[in-house]
Design a protein around this ligand. Structure first.
Ligand code: PLP
Length: 393
């Protein structure tokens, strides 16, 4: 059996999305900036997609800028606002648990003379709004807080942050890459000025995303070149990607309720079984304010990577730390921020469910996980020592 439980890393492209894109690769393949018929047809599809997407967020079409994905959108939001507003101040507030796309951009901005405050999180993986209130200063030009975390699934208090930023005239950016498939986002209701998205996280194609920029926000360009995206983001328009993203977003929106119920049932059953059947393990992050798709555990006495590899041998795909930071031996900074020990952070594993999963798959994954954790522990000298068993040498 093959079971894909890594939907936070990326999702399958929905067949209906692929179908919507195909004509824009094989028939209407013109450059959307060209003046001839091929170009005009492509431009029409881009305009229609932009309008559809804007409606779903309660935004205006001219506030949607297409990018290559979440990483570019995050880079643009942070650097663009920092450079355009540096005369007013050089202080930015973010959190200690942002995706590397934000963390690394902040590290670069620090090198360029900006000052960044990283807000801590509680054991539930969420920031406390009072910490944000204490952190802002007269020279704060931007607050960037992710909508939901990619490792713990923790949903941040976005409405309160948006309201606070609005009251204080501070630009508010949110990385909504992980949230968008399960939470309906109205940019006015949440007080959001900039929002990053990536299509491959909600059954759209890879390599396409967007940055929502509220009219009036001062932001510099990041990519220089042609006149695409009203001169704000150069590069030949990715017409099939844009059409596919609009279709994926439409489907995510119209099928959200039904998908959320199904995904939550599988995820909850999985959590209950793991906590009941596997000793010495802990759910990282809180149960409330958590994405319906996410389960993240630490298993005492064993490394996350060993579990990942073992599950892989059984056809089960999961993630240790975030997909983008795994490969490094550093313990997950997100799990550490929840107050976990270094050992717990090293042994964390993320299971992320999606609309294509079935309850049978969730049960299978729980069975295999229970048996394999027991097996790995039986080979662990540390486990034997702590549990008082003799070690064969
Ligand atoms: N932000 C978050 C919260 C993410 O989870 C990811 C991807 O894992 C990104 C940004 C980067 O998005 P992309 O893969 O489209 O560059």
């Amino acid at each position: 059996m093959k079971v894909y439980l890594d939907n936070a890393a990326t999702t399958s492209t929905d067949k209906r999305v692929v179908e919507s894109m195909l004509p824009y690769m094989t028939e209407i393949y013109g450059n959307a900036s060209s003046l001839h018929g091929y170009g005009r047809e492509a431009a029409k599809a881009v305009d229609e997609s932009r309008a559809k997407i804007a409606t779903l967020f309660n935004a205006k079409p001219q506030e949607i800028y297409f990018t290559s994905g979440g990483t570019e959108s995050d880079n643009w939001a942070l650097r663009g606002v920092a450079y355009a507003n540096k005369k007013n101040g050089k202080h930015i507030v973010t959190t200690a648990v942002e995706h590397p796309a934000v963390m690394q951009t902040c590290a670069q901005l620090e090198k360029e003379g900006f000052e960044i405050t990283y807000l801590p999180t509680g054991t539930d993986g969420r920031i406390d709004i009072s910490d944000l209130k204490k952190a802002v200063r007269d020279d704060t030009i931007l607050v960037s807080v992710m909508f939901a975390n990619n490792e713990t699934g923790a949903i941040m208090p976005i409405k309160e942050i948006g309201a606070f930023c609005k009251e204080n005239g501070i630009v508010f950016h949110t990385d909504a890459v992980q949230a968008i498939s399960s939470i309906k986002i109205d940019v006015d209701k949440y007080g959001i000025d900039l929002l990053s998205l990536s299509a491959h996280k909600f059954h759209g194609p890879k390599g396409i995303g967007l940055l929502y920029i509220r009219s009036g926000v001062k932001i510099d360009r990041l990519i220089f070149g042609g006149h695409q995206e009203r001169t704000y983001r150069a590069g030949t328009t990715n017409t099939p990607g844009i059409v596919g993203m609009a279709k994926a977003l439409e489907l995510a929106d119209s099928e959200m309720e039904e998908n959320n119920i199904k995904i939550k049932q599988m995820r909850d059953r999985f959590i209950e079984r793991v906590l009941n059947e596997i000793p010495d393990c802990k759910l990282n992050g809180g149960r409330e304010h958590r994405l319906v798709s996410n389960a993240n555990f630490s298993f005492d006495y064993i490394e996350g990577e060993s579990i990942l590899m073992t599950l892989d041998l059984h056809g089960i795909a999961v993630s240790s730390g975030s997909a983008c930071s795994s490969g490094s031996l550093e313990p997950s900074y997100v799990i550490l921020a929840t107050g976990a020990s270094i050992e717990e952070a090293h042994s964390s594993i993320r299971f992320s469910f999606g609309k294509d999963n079935t309850m049978e798959e969730a049960e299978y994954a729980a069975d295999i996980l229970r048996d394999e954790v027991a097996k790995l522990r039986s080979w662990s000298p540390l486990f034997k020592e702590i549990k008082g068993e003799s070690i064969n040498v």
